[in-house]
Ligand binder design. Structure first.
Ligand SMILES: *[C@@H]1O[C@H](CO)[C@@H](O)[C@H](O)[C@H]1NC(C)=O
Length: 394
């Protein structure tokens, strides 16, 4: 379970009642993890203390979990101040200080209180600026939404973002970026779950079983991680009945005493509204205006109006919108020729390969551009560009 020594999971093992065994694990792995930073004497002291961990009352561990991860604090709510309503044995206070120091000696975890969560919004913004081409609106909305949410000490509800646009415009790319800048292990993090409608929930006849599984997975992830991220790809194909499984986790908080899921982040990726977004971009182009003049407010409003049109399908997405569960609509603009070239350049760079302007042009010319009369937008965006450059390899 503890892939990296000294991580939150090791402490979770302790908290989970492993007591002595957990301490032994920490004992074996601690010094290696901390490298030279960890003095041997101090380490031994902690080890001695941890050896007695099993003797501590469960309430103390809940207190620690609350202090370190802001988890499991709900039960103590209503009692004023940081001091819990029960008398913490002095020895407990001591453990708390030592354990916190031990925990935080593993550097980057101190700020967020959990090594799995890094919340590098500055990095997210920088990388979106450098690597996401032609999406000034999406970049701005995502950074603002995520930043605002993470800065809020007690969010009222989970953050729900809905990404819209044609395929290949960067929705998946941004979802991956969010995962990799908020979580140390990116999409592989135990805090991050990705669901692809037709892949995870392919058969209509099994919806009840999918629903139960989905509910279980969300619940478990929320329990394991105080800031989980759920990504629903192909959201336009998400079956209506599955929404019932997800909805309670996104709604305003009303289940007192249960696990707090208000720190969850939900991303829904769909191609709904793609045509509307493209029309806006085309109108701007026809009017001779720069693409960058398309404002967040204008595009979001157009998208919202379009999506509120009654849809004749049983898919869940329209209901999400009707019930106001979505906090931000994130429009992805159609990509132009020079954006596709930038994607090709990135693909060459990512493989450490040299490229020429001519090669980039050749890759870009392989894409189909629409509408027919003006051939302005890549119909596939930057999709599978990295495979296409295979043709140019020696
Ligand atoms: C944040 O992300 C940027 C860009 O990926 C990276 O250079 C930087 O080292 C990261 N910062 C931290 C604290 O991880």
């Amino acid at each position: 379970m503890c892939r990296h020594p000294g991580l939150a999971c090791c402490l979770l093992l302790l908290l989970g009642g492993w007591g002595g065994r957990g301490a032994a694990r920490a004992g074996e792995q601690g010094p290696a993890a901390a490298g030279g930073a960890w003095g041997a004497a101090r380490y031994e002291a902690v080890e001695r203390h941890l050896g007695a961990v099993g003797a501590l009352p469960e309430r103390y561990w809940r207190y620690l979990a609350c202090k370190v991860w802001q988890e499991g604090c709900e039960e103590e709510e209503g009692e004023p101040g940081p001091s819990p309503g029960w008398s913490l044995p002095l020895v407990g206070q001591d453990y708390l200080a030592i354990l916190s120091a031990w925990y935080c000696s593993f550097s980057e975890c101190c700020k967020t209180g959990d090594c799995r969560i890094v919340n590098n919004v500055t990095g997210l913004e920088a990388d979106l600026t450098g690597q996401l081409h032609g999406q000034h609106v999406a970049r701005e909305v995502v950074v603002r939404a995520v930043q605002g949410f993470l800065q809020s000490p007690r969010p009222e509800k989970a953050l729900v973002l809905s990404f819209h646009g044609w395929s290949g415009t960067g929705k998946n790319f941004v979802a991956r970026m969010v995962a990799s800048h908020l979580y140390r292990d990116g999409l592989k993090s135990m805090c991050v779950k990705t669901f692809i409608s037709l892949f995870h929930f392919p058969h209509h006849t099994y919806m009840d079983s999918y629903k139960a599984q989905l509910e279980k997975q969300i619940r478990e992830t929320v329990q394991l991680c105080r800031q989980p991220l759920f990504i629903f790809d192909e959201a336009e194909k998400l079956h209506f009945s599955l929404l019932d499984a997800i909805k309670p986790f996104m709604a305003h908080y009303d289940h007192k005493g249960q696990v707090d899921y208000r720190r969850s982040i939900f991303l829904f990726l769909s191609n709904l509204g793609g045509n509307t977004i493209n029309e806006v971009a085309l109108d701007f182009w026809r009017a001779g205006r720069a693409r960058e003049e398309i404002s967040v407010e204008f595009l979001e409003q157009r998208l919202r109006l379009e999506l509120q049109e009654p849809a004749e399908n049983s898919y869940a997405h329209s209901h999400l919108i009707k019930e106001n569960l979505i906090d931000f609509f994130v429009p992805f603009l159609p990509l132009e020729y020079h954006h596709v070239k930038l994607c090709a350049r990135d693909a060459f760079l990512a493989r450490g390969l040299p490229y020429t302007e001519a090669a980039l042009d050749e890759v870009a010319r392989m894409m189909v551009f629409v509408p027919k009369e003006v051939k302005l937008f890549s119909a596939q965006g930057c999709k599978s560009i990295s495979q296409r450059i295979n043709y140019f390899l020696p």
